[in-house]
Write a protein that binds this ligand. Structure first.
Ligand SMILES: Cc1cc2nc3c(=O)[nH]c(=O)nc-3n(C[C@H](O)[C@H](O)[C@H](O)COP(=O)(O)OP(=O)(O)OC[C@H]3O[C@@H](n4cnc5c(N)ncnc54)[C@H](O)[C@@H]3O)c2cc1C
Length: 340
């Protein structure tokens, strides 16, 4: 169909299982499902959603969503492809996978993303939670993005300030939740490689004077050792955010727990959620097919046939135990669909 943003052939399917479209492998159905392969598809799908007044869920690789129930309305999977690296600006379409983009950037002589190697998911989702790892976050490199604005029915460009990035946060998770469909992201990359060895494990693995490939290999090795293998054990990575608390609360916790893992960040002190969960005795805890990973307490895994209700009950049990043991509230990191 021809629209003001070009011709779209977007096909709407009904009652589609999302089991293979989320990395927790939860079996829920999308009432309607479409794959956007172009800007015209995005505009077309958004127009239909607006006309019919139905819900819209945008999906990348499904590595940061918890599907709690069947999804009403339209679930739109982003599959727009294309990438370039010109004069220090790396640009990629929303459907490109993140990790191959890091690899591509290094190949093109564009540096600065190595510490974000091996993060699953798509480029379009990366700004949503301002992906970060090993001392680097997307916002450090962010130039601008192009998105479809569902409020004005236009494609718009948003710069770094407009995205309101924070720790695993942005306007796309809060004030502008659901408003934008991100279609393309541009990042600044350096022509000269300067390793970020702030995270001690990276330096220990990569050596004192590594090149970009060595840092990428170090990050990949560290991640493989720490996290359950996504191919074998369905999960969404960190299930909870590290709580940020004040100095006095941290000192009180440290007095009672000298081995507490905490560090100064974001105007306060971050406390390791993994440490809290492990010390609250939750490692290995299970509800139905859902389990707190034995390998990394911050990760909830689907050990086979987990139902959304199992994940929800287990996450609530973990939150309750941590609250009872330390008086801290754990906030869930992935997005939960459908919204309650
Ligand atoms: C094993 C594992 C390790 C991980 N490690 C890290 C890590 O180190 N650091 C980190 O930050 N994250 C990590 N994550 C989380 C996840 O990889 C990132 O959040 C990633 O950016 C999600 O991408 P996705 O395409 O899978 O997004 P999805 O899960 O599909 O979507 C996530 C959110 O983004 C929205 N969204 C997706 N695409 C778009 C778009 N084009 N426009 C608008 N909204 C969109 C969705 O609606 C949803 O709200 C990890 C996950 C796993 C499974």
């Amino acid at each position: 169909m021809a629209g003001k943003f070009g011709t779209s052939n977007v096909e709407i399917q009904k009652n589609v299982s999302l089991a293979s479209f989320n990395t927790l492998r939860l079996t829920v159905q999308a009432e309607r499902f479409a794959v956007a392969k172009s800007l015209a598809d995005v505009a077309q799908a958004a127009g239909m959603v607006a006309r019919e007044g139905i819900a819209l869920q945008v999906l990348g690789a499904g590595s940061n969503v918890v599907l709690r129930n069947d999804l009403p309305g339209l679930t739109l999977r982003m599959s727009i492809h294309g990438r370039s690296c010109i004069n220090g600006l790396l640009t990629a379409s929303a459907g490109e996978y993140w990790d191959p983009l890091v690899d591509y950037a290094i190949d093109q002589g564009g540096f600065g993303l190595e510490n974000l190697s091996m993060i699953p998911g798509t480029v379009g989702a990366a700004p949503v939670q301002n992906i970060g790892a090993y001392g680097t976050q997307l916002s450090d490199r962010f130039a601008h993005l192009t998105a479809f604005d569902r409020r004005t029915d236009q494609f718009v460009e948003l710069n770094r300030a407009a995205c309101g990035f924070g720790y695993r946060d942005s306007i796309f998770k809060s004030s502008a939740r659901g408003r934008y469909i991100i279609c393309e992201v541009s990042l600044f990359v350096d022509a000269k490689f300067l390793p970020n060895l702030a995270y001690p494990g990276v330096a220990a693995w990569a050596g004192a004077h590594p090149d970009a490939r060595a840092v990428r290999a170090a990050v990949m090795a560290l991640r493989s050792a720490r996290l359950p293998d996504l191919g074998l054990t369905p999960n969404v990575g960190s299930f909870f955010k590290n709580p940020i608390i004040g100095k006095q609360s941290t000192q009180a916790l440290l007095a009672a727990n000298p081995d507490l893992v905490s560090w100064e960040a974001e105007g306060g002190y971050k406390v390791s959620a993994g440490w809290l969960i492990e010390r609250a005795g939750c490692k290995g805890m299970a509800v139905g097919g859902a389990m707190v990973s034995e390998q990394h307490a911050l990760v909830l895994v689907n050990r086979g046939n987990a139902r959304p209700a199992d994940i929800e009950a287990l996450s609530q049990q973990v939150q309750r135990r941590v609250q009872d043991a330390f008086g801290l509230t754990l906030e869930i990191e992935p997005d939960c669909f459908p919204e309650s």
